[in-house]
Write a protein that binds this ligand. Structure first.
Ligand code: MN
Ligand code: MN
Length: 477
């Protein structure tokens, strides 16, 4: 079984469509560097396509019918979009799922400190990272500060031309003999991921002149004058006090935009493609598909990188509750209809796969690896140490998807995440599978997964949207 590079199969028209799609994708990445930003952007796109907020429908006591498009947002960090199908909802849905959180550095709750005339924000990393990758590179700061009175201040520093950026420092090579001999996992330690945010002391009115007149050194009691300057700026620009860090969610991510990669522009290089590459392609598919036989759903969730926990992760009851509300608005609700709807649903649980990298070939088993430029990939299972923790998709379901994708002429490949016993990973697939529905891990291969910048192939993005559309259009129960 040989899967081929698919670049050759496109004519001029499709090549144009690939470029256009990827321009939209890069824009989504640029506007969605945090889970909150992704949801904001997603809602804007959904509204443009005629979707209505389920909360408003509930508040107005309105009902739903086939063809209606609705979305429900959970705590600004996850979202479920639906197009009500012609068939009763209890016959099941076709669900596309992906996650919109990505590995990053979160600012601690008491983060600001000064050391030797530098001001820093202390961080705690989120998700699996190679810490040494996060130093000596321009960083931006995204998120919210929620003040005690409930006012929300949106923060985004380091993305606009002319914005300042931030940095986590590394030790110069000249003095790094000891550091270079360390294991990569401890070359940079978690507690040393301190974001450099300032170096200039606060100037007090009249102080300068007085000092020059006295010809004296700074007084000992004028401590932490660099930190004081940072606090003064935060106060002036964002109206925030130091205590407001307590109720802030600030994320440090690589600064800058998604770029075309390669002289031939065949790839995309960007932060956060895990898993916004699947989120965007799933979203595009549902937005462009319109009314279907079975109800369509696109589920973009948070917290996947830390185990899908919490109110906005996949293990939350949010999704189930939202489906119950839908059934109710359709006049079809009962506990049994809800259970039937969920167990009769089918899902493509999409997340990035490890793209085969010739430089690191020894980590892969080439017959069962995902390759960039060969279409979307299905992982029958993920997990580690003997498939541990994975959703192992049924052969019957995979056969159905083969039929569907072959009929639609969608390029796909099948893969495992690396060689047996080399490592592994998990996704949200097993959580939805608990309802008794058919679920498979699917998605797109990337290089450098979880690094500051990940690499993907433009044709895979294109094939994913085509594949997701074919999946949504499958009207058979
Ligand atoms: Mn992922
Ligand atoms: Mn990941």
């Amino acid at each position: 079984m040989e899967h081929k590079n698919i670049w050759d199969k496109y004519g001029m028209e499709e090549e144009k469509a690939i470029v256009e799609l990827c321009e939209g994708y890069k824009e989504y990445l640029n506007h969605g560097k945090t889970e909150r930003e992704c949801i904001t952007k997603t809602v804007a796109m959904a509204k443009e396509h005629g979707y209505r907020d389920l909360q408003e429908i509930l508040a107005e006591g309105k009902t739903l019918k086939a063809g209606d498009k609705v979305y429900a947002v959970n705590m600004k960090k996850s979202i479920a979009l639906f197009v009500i199908g012609k068939k009763p909802l209890e016959e099941g849905m076709n669900i596309l799922g992906a996650h919109v959180d990505s590995p990053r550095l979160d600012i601690k709750q008491n983060p600001l400190f000064e050391d030797t005339d530098f001001a820093y924000l202390d961080t705690h990393y989120y998700g699996g990272i190679k810490k040494y990758q996060w130093v000596a590179s321009p960083m931006s700061l995204h998120g919210v500060v929620v003040k005690k009175d409930g006012t929300v201040v949106d923060i985004c520093i380091g993305e606009e031309e002319g914005d300042p950026v931030f940095c986590i420092t590394d030790l110069l090579i000249h003095l790094a003999a000891e550091q270079m001999a360390k294991k990569a996992s401890v070359v940079i330690e978690g507690e040393d991921l301190n974001l450099l945010v300032g170096s200039r002391p606060l100037k007090k009115a009249g102080e300068e002149e007085k000092k020059e007149a006295d010809g004296q050194e700074k007084k000992k009691e004028e401590k932490e004058h660099v930190k004081a300057q940072i606090l003064a700026i935060l106060k002036e620009k964002y109206g925030m006090e130091e205590e407001d860090f307590l109720s802030a969610e600030l994320e440090v991510v690589p600064a800058g935009k998604a770029r075309d990669c390669g002289l031939d522009r065949s790839m995309v290089l960007s932060y956060g493609q895990d898993d916004r590459i699947c989120a965007y392609t799933s979203l595009k598919a549902i937005l462009e598909t319109g009314e279907t036989e079975r109800t369509s759903c696109c589920l973009l969730v948070d917290k996947e990188e830390i185990g899908s926990v919490g109110a906005t992760g996949m293990t939350s009851r949010f999704f189930e509750n939202t489906v119950a509300e839908l059934l109710d608005r359709l006049g079809q609700y009962s506990e049994l209809s809800l259970r039937r709807c969920l167990s009769r649903s089918r899902m493509l649980s999409s997340d990035v796969s490890a793209g085969f990298d010739p430089t690191y070939a020894s980590a892969f088993e080439k017959k069962n690896a995902a390759f960039l430029g060969r279409g979307m990939s299905f992982n029958k299972f993920t997990g580690s140490r003997g498939k541990g923790g994975s959703n192992d998709a049924n052969a019957e379901y995979i056969a159905r998807l083969r039929r569907l994708f072959d009929k639609a002429g969608v390029a796909f490949q099948t893969a495992e995440l690396g060689k047996v016993d080399v490592g592994g990973g998990g996704t949200i697939a097993y959580i939805l599978a608990e309802y008794g529905m058919e679920v498979i891990d699917s998605g797109l291969p990337v290089l450098n997964m979880h690094a500051l910048y990940e690499v993907s192939s433009k044709v895979d993005i294109y094939e994913a949207v085509r594949g997701y559309k074919a999946f949504l259009l499958d009207g058979e129960n």
